[in-house]
Design a protein around this ligand. Structure first.
Ligand SMILES: [Fe+2]
Length: 173
């Protein structure tokens, strides 16, 4: 959806009869969100969805929500057993809110527990990673905060290498 959002913005700006005016209107829209946009997003309004990577609850998804923050992604991940495995660029902090588990990053295994912080670096080969709950039956939940601009500029490309065992739908990505 990030790509779609970017493409929609590019089309909006380049197809405008007056791209300079369109840019000014974009800025005004941002200013409006700065002043009047939502500055509290309730967890109760953000249900979990089951994706190929696992159970995600997306607070911000870079899809043009009415919030002051642009180009960001913020989500929780509930790991019941293990996530899918995927590869993408780093520059991401993952804060553990609950539970006990480990994450593999490019072959390195990192044990974590509540209040630990996992960092994915920006590196040419990107980060292949997967998350595991060491105590299935008890919650293992972390949250990630991503600034998409720097990640894109660092050559981000998401590749799904294997699906979460919980996922049984039809892959769309
Ligand atoms: Fe990831």
């Amino acid at each position: 959806m990030t790509q779609l959002f970017r493409e929609e913005r590019r089309v909006r700006l380049t197809s405008a009869q007056n791209p300079y005016q369109a840019e000014i209107e974009e800025d005004a829209s941002q200013r409006e969100r700065d002043v009047n946009g939502d500055i509290l997003i309730k967890g109760s309004n953000v249900p979990f969805e089951l994706t190929r990577q696992g159970r995600l609850s997306r607070y911000l998804s870079n899809e043009g929500e009415n919030t002051p923050l642009s180009d960001r992604a913020f989500f929780r991940h509930d790991i019941r057993t293990q996530s899918g495995k995927h590869t993408h660029q780093g520059g991401i902090g993952i804060f553990v809110m609950e539970g006990l588990g480990y994450t593999t990053v490019n072959g390195q295994s990192l044990d974590w527990k509540k209040y630990d912080l996992i960092l994915l670096p920006n590196i040419p080969e990107q980060c292949e990673h997967q998350h595991f709950n060491r105590d299935p039956g008890r919650p293992a939940i972390w949250c990630a905060f991503i600034y998409e601009g720097s990640r894109r500029e660092a050559g981000n490309q998401v590749t799904q290498n294997s699906d979460s065992p919980e996922f049984s739908g039809t892959p769309t990505v």
